[in-house]
Design a protein around this ligand. Structure first.
Ligand code: IPD
Ligand code: CA
Ligand code: CA
Length: 264
């Protein structure tokens, strides 16, 4: 486990927000049968969780800037630090009563992600990583999976929301990956997909049209677990490119080559 003051701040904020989310998730199951559905209730739960994270981080590090999914950007006086916060990653899962979602908090310092926390309150799984200090799931040090044969690999991916991103591109890429990978999964939380690569459950993962708060914490998680992370085209940093591809060195290289070929 990492016991730095920074980690304590991030973990406390994530756990606090997650407590409310877990409570609200219980209620969502009851609302499925109502005509109106749980949409408004979930939006309120999402906003509440974000306020909890925002207030905790602002209290602990008043000068840092913040990029929040719901609340936009808060300019900090300390220009070298920015939080990237997704209070509820996996909203569609949450809305439909599928127990797979997380709070995700990443810290950017001078353009680099240096710390990340991803907390899944349903499984009580806390993923943490800090630059140079490793990545952990609860108290276990993480390593990406060692498989080097794509035919044994399980590949995670993301599907763009209707009206956002290109389904055509995804179908091309997915077809190409399905033709060579052992299995494919669309699990529905980018943060947990990245955490899953960090802990070796998924061998590779790629997705396009992501936002910085979806990826920030997960990027450092995979890197500190010994994995390789780039944009989906393999050439740049994911945060700037808004897309991601990751895995161990061998399978990351192969994944990027497959995606390139699919789009050629
Ligand atoms: C979404 C999830 C999903 C990914 C989407 C994201 P949200 O975040 O991470 O897995 O495919 O692109 O927008 O909306 O649940 O916070
Ligand atoms: Ca998200
Ligand atoms: Ca979200």
């Amino acid at each position: 486990m990492i016991s730095s003051p920074l980690m304590t701040v991030m973990v406390d904020a994530a756990r606090k927000a997650a407590r409310g989310l877990k409570r609200d998730f219980g209620e969502v199951e009851n609302l499925q049968v109502s005509r109106k559905g749980p949409g408004d209730f979930v939006s309120a739960a999402d906003r509440k969780a974000e306020e909890v994270v925002r207030d905790a981080l602002l209290k602990a590090r008043p000068g840092y800037g913040m990029i929040l999914e719901e609340g936009g950007t808060i300019e900090g006086t300390d220009k070298s630090h920015t939080w990237h916060v997704d209070p509820l990653d996996g909203t569609t899962n949450f809305l439909h009563g599928i127990p797979h979602f997380a709070v995700s908090i990443g810290l950017e310092r001078e353009g680099q992600i240096v710390a990340g926390v991803i907390y899944d309150p349903i499984k009580d799984e806390l993923f943490v990583a800090e630059r140079g200090k490793g990545a952990y799931l609860n108290n276990r040090r993480l390593r990406v999976a060692a498989r080097t044969d794509m035919t044994d690999a399980v590949a995670g991916y993301g599907t763009p929301y209707l009206g956002k991103g290109s389904h055509q591109v995804l179908l091309r890429e997915l077809g190409a990956v399905m033709a060579v990978a052992g299995g494919t999964r669309r699990i529905g939380s980018a943060a947990l997909d990245l955490a899953s690569v960090a802990c070796g459950r998924l061998d590779v993962y790629w997705e396009r049209d992501l936002k910085t708060w979806d990826m920030a914490a997960g990027i450092i998680m995979v890197r500190e677990a010994g994995g390789f992370v780039t944009s989906a085209d393999g050439a740049s940093e994911p945060l700037a490119a808004r897309s991601i591809a990751c895995g161990n060195e061998v399978l990351h290289r192969e994944l990027v080559a497959i995606l390139r070929k699919a789009n050629a």
